[in-house]
Design a binder for this molecule. Structure first.
Ligand SMILES: NC(=O)c1ccc[n+]([C@@H]2O[C@H](COP(=O)([O-])OP(=O)(O)OC[C@H]3O[C@@H](n4cnc5c(N)ncnc54)[C@H](OP(=O)(O)O)[C@@H]3O)[C@@H](O)[C@H]2O)c1
Length: 656
């Protein structure tokens, strides 16, 4: 089996440590409009006192480190976590962390380095690539793994999905006519697939990578919560194994940097530390310390891989997709994770630790990545993911409530801060090249928690001052979103809302037959909503808070200049400003691309202008969006039918 047959013998680490104190350049970062990075770091004093107050208050019992975490089986133990006693949104002051004079030397590290990046066409990796090229034009070649049928198709994807996109507009402005030549001198598309042996690389490029590459960045993933188990395990668990096999061939490799997710911590509760996983870890077992271990599940990754392969041979094709989906969720929950995505990512981390040998490894664990805070411009976003389908449906008047703990916390981080932390960690550990593994959680829930009921208020404030416009040009007024703590209450709300908005009762007398069909539609739609709420529930009732002490210490290693250029102080984020003036306007412009979402007013922080050249419309859903009904645009019944038919077809449900 590919996963287990990786050789440990070929690791040749002959990289020369970089001179940390080497010549430093003055400000090399080029900012686009609204950026400047000045707003990334504010100065203040609260962190150490806030942290000590966290561990000395009544809820200290829930803020334990991972060694003594308590798992609540339903993950709903919010009463124990007095979120409001943590730091509320807004009103944030920030840190007095003093930068070291010479800092980490991030720019120096990047100079001349050659990188191999997977997931290059994804949201996060593109922000990373853009920042590297804007920060250090003398970086060496960057090899980008791209799924494509041949070199020409990979080159087309490079052009259409990376080089010619709006995200790279600052670089286009900086390089002018030589932009294309500059990009082509740096970026090398490599045809491949993390699901294939040797990543599907041909011999020639394998040799080039083995000879030249200094840093490997693994950002490729399948991020769908309820993905088929076979698909998710192949990409998220076996993919890193295959990449590690390539890493072992690299003669100059200084670092293997893996992008994971903070939610690999599964159903852990309380304060969750930045600790690496090891083979055999199983979150379900952590909860039952008093029970005899023999009655608890033992996670055997090879066994899981075999389970998938064997099952596939024994099931009819037409049932396979659904069964694989169910199996992923069932296996994840059995072992203490909330869904297939985070479970297979956690197993990916375990395999990396098992296989790394003496290769230095950094694991970056961001929480929910949302639009850029300031660079290359505020509000850049791609894909409709995590909380965003809910935010957008709410703004369009399609969703007036959701299943969520009002006092719970949504852990959000802007994409540019994740990228900055990634580069800082890369330089720090790529320079020292110690053969260890370091984990960084890029997360806000401990140092600057965004509470759901505050988020709901911010959404309301945004859409009240900048409502969406319906097809007849009228502003869509939305009420404050109702937050429900139980599926029953949420379901009741959906029914009442569907009935009220569709006029179902009124139609029942005049068009009995049609209204029956409509009622069925509503029923199915409500069922869909409940299914999605069930998938979201582990996140909207999440009982863990992600500690980021390592990440804070990384920041302490940076010079003042680096903190300005590569800031990732999530504590400094003013959620009101970020959500209402940056993130939602960014979503409306870059994700919805203005469709039915015209901004009624201009926001204070300008979100970047027109849509760039030939961008592939990309449906990167973490979860699908939810068109229940659209009360605002004309004939009620037709709209409901249209939306539901579109929805069901798009997601492969039964024919109507
Ligand atoms: N977005 C978040 O909120 C978030 C939060 C925490 C952690 N993360 C982690 O951050 C990383 C990047 O996430 P993202 O948001 O940028 O994801 P994304 O936009 O969905 O991009 C995923 C990337 O992986 C590539 N990929 C998928 N399957 C592949 C395969 N078999 N072979 C090669 N490449 C493959 C995709 O290529 P195609 O374009 O060809 O599909 C795409 O480039 C992931 O590891 C994710 O787990 C994301």
């Amino acid at each position: 089996m590919g996963v287990m047959s990786i050789s440990h013998s070929s690791s040749l680490l002959i990289g020369v440590p970089q001179n940390n104190g080497a010549r430093r350049r003055s400000n090399v970062v080029v900012y686009c409009q609204g950026g400047g990075g000045n707003n990334v770091i504010k100065s203040s004093s609260g962190m150490s006192s806030m942290l000590s107050s966290l561990v000395s208050t009544d809820h200290a019992a829930t803020l334990m480190d991972a060694g003594s975490l308590v798992l609540s089986q339903n993950g709903k133990n919010q009463a124990e976590i007095v979120v409001k006693d943590l730091v509320p949104y807004g009103g944030q002051t920030s840190t007095t962390l003093i930068g070291l004079e010479n800092g980490i030397g991030i720019v120096n590290f990047l100079r001349g380095k050659k990188l191999f990046i997977t997931g290059a066409t994804g949201f996060l990796a593109k922000v990373l690539i853009e920042k590297i090229l804007r920060t250090e034009t003398d970086v060496g070649k960057i090899y980008l793994l791209i799924k494509a049928k041949n070199k020409q198709a990979a080159m087309e994807r490079l052009q259409n999905e990376i080089i010619n996109t709006e995200l790279f507009k600052c670089l286009q402005q900086v390089h002018g006519k030589s932009y294309q030549a500059f990009m082509m001198s740096k970026l090398v598309p490599v045809v491949g697939n993390v699901c294939e042996s040797n990543l599907g690389l041909d011999e020639g490029i394998t040799n080039v990578i083995a000879e030249e590459v200094d840093v490997i960045v693994n950002s490729a993933a399948n991020t769908t919560f309820d993905e088929r188990y076979d698909t998710a395990i192949n990409i998220n668990t076996r993919g890193p194994c295959r990449l590690m096999a390539i890493a072992k061939k690299c003669k100059k490799l200084k670092l293997f940097l893996h992008v994971s997710t903070a939610y690999v911590n599964g159903q852990r509760q309380g304060r969750i530390m930045e600790r690496p996983f090891s083979i055999g870890d199983c979150i379900a077992r952590e909860n039952f310390i008093s029970e005899a271990p023999k009655y608890l599940p033992t996670l055997d990754i090879e066994g899981e891989i075999n389970l998938v392969s064997n099952y596939k041979g024994n099931i009819e094709d037409n049932l396979l997709a659904q069964k694989m989906k169910e199996m992923g969720l069932e296996r994840a929950r059995r072992y203490g994770w909330q869904d297939t995505y985070v479970f297979t990512k956690a197993m990916g981390e375990m395999m990396i630790d098992k296989l790394r040998g003496d290769i230095p490894v950094v694991v970056i664990r961001p929480s929910v990545i949302e639009s850029t805070f300031s660079e290359p411009f505020p509000g850049w976003m791609e894909g409709n993911r995590m909380m965003d389908p809910i935010v957008l449906c709410y703004g369009k008047g399609q969703l007036t409530g959701f299943l969520v703990d009002p006092h719970g916390v949504l852990d959000v981080v802007p994409a540019d801060m994740v990228v900055n932390a990634t580069l800082a960690a890369m330089a720090r550990h790529g320079m020292t090249q110690k053969p260890d593994i370091n984990v960084y959680q890029i997360a806000s829930s401990v140092v600057n928690p965004l509470v759901f009921q505050d988020l709901a208020r911010l959404l309301y404030e945004h859409y009240s001052s900048s409502p969406c416009i319906d097809s007849k040009g009228r502003p869509i007024q939305v009420p404050l979103m109702k937050l429900f703590s139980s599926t029953e209450e949420f379901s009741g709300h959906l029914w009442r809302d569907a009935i009220q908005k569709s006029g179902l009762i009124a139609m029942a007398s005049s068009k009995g037959k049609m209204s029956q069909k409509l009622e069925n539609m509503c029923r199915k739609s409500v069922e869909q909503a409940k299914y999605l709420a069930n998938i979201y529930e582990p996140y909207t009732f999440y009982g863990g808070r992600f500690d980021n002490s390592n990440t804070q210490r990384l920041m302490e290693c940076m010079s003042e200049e680096e903190k300005k250029e590569f800031g990732f102080d999530v504590k400094s984020i003013d959620w009101k400003d970020y959500i209402t003036n940056v993130h939602i306007p960014g979503l409306r412009r870059h994700v919805m691309k203005g469709r039915g979402m015209k901004l009624a007013t201009t926001t204070r922080r300008q979100v970047h202008g027109s849509v760039g050249a030939k961008q592939r419309p990309k449906e990167t859903h973490t979860t699908p969006d939810m068109p229940w009904y659209n009360p605002t645009s004309g004939g009620k019944e037709g709209i409901i039918l249209d939306l539901m038919v579109q929805w069901l077809r798009r997601h492969g449900k039964e024919e109507l």
